[in-house]
Design a binder for this molecule. Structure first.
Ligand SMILES: [Fe+2]
Ligand SMILES: [Fe+2]
Length: 228
């Protein structure tokens, strides 16, 4: 038994990254809800919570044979570099490709699927604007302050960071809500049977962006920010 039901979701995912696929399956919000205790979350889930714990457990057993990065041994600046090189780069590239695809499928499928595609297009537009502004704020403000604090341990810098973190976590919540709305508008990113390549690719990329963003937010909220 590896999973403690009194543990927070953030701590579970940090120790056992493989649990993410089970959390995603049951729509357990481990990123914005990283401070929530598993036991409380399970109590609110419909269905058999023992089955969920068993599935979480089996992913931890799979992981026992794999090497997992121990983030607590990394410095904040190393984690910042990892986030920039992986999550920020992926987000920028994916938003750009999605932006092009979203406009294309809206035009091509407008006559048959206009109502649903207009909704998805608008949600994506809001998400893209908010995520781009969020990335810039982190890259230009928050992350340089975190790197500076690691070197100086200045209390003034720390206070500035703590203020930024509060705003940043609010923006993470807002992004999480937009992804949930997109899940609903796209039937969990399931493209219609008749969908063309671009239509399918759009939904696949939205799904991939959601899952990567959840992990990205988890790294910031539950690993990086508590180091300050
Ligand atoms: Fe970020
Ligand atoms: Fe962020």
């Amino acid at each position: 038994m590896n999973i403690g039901v009194k543990s927070t979701l953030g701590d579970i995912v940090t120790a056992y990254p493989g649990t993410v696929k089970v959390m995603n399956k049951y729509k357990i919000d481990y990123c914005c809800g990283g401070k929530d205790v598993l036991e409380d979350v399970l109590a609110d889930l419909p269905g058999d919570s023992d089955a969920v714990v068993n599935e979480l457990e089996s992913t931890t057993q799979e992981q026992d044979n794999q090497v997992v990065v121990d983030w607590s041994q990394q410095s904040p600046s190393q984690i910042v570099d990892y986030i920039l090189d992986n999550h920020h780069t992926f987000m920028k590239e994916t938003l750009e490709e999605l932006n092009m695809l979203m406009f294309r499928i809206l035009k091509v499928h407008y006559k048959s699927d206009g109502e649903s595609l207009l909704k998805i297009h608008k949600l994506f537009g809001t998400l893209k604007t908010e995520l781009e502004e969020h990335l810039v704020k982190e890259e230009e403000n928050l992350f340089p302050l975190i790197v500076e604090y690691e070197a100086t341990k200045s209390d003034v810098t720390k206070q500035a960071i703590l203020k930024f973190i509060a705003d940043t976590e609010d923006e993470h919540d807002a992004a999480g809500d937009l992804f949930r709305a997109l899940e609903e508008a796209t039937d969990d990113f399931t493209a219609p049977e008749y969908a063309c390549y671009s239509y399918k690719r759009t939904f696949e990329l939205l799904d991939a962006l959601e899952k990567d963003t959840f992990n990205h937010i988890h790294m910031e909220n539950s690993i990086l920010f508590p180091m300050i």
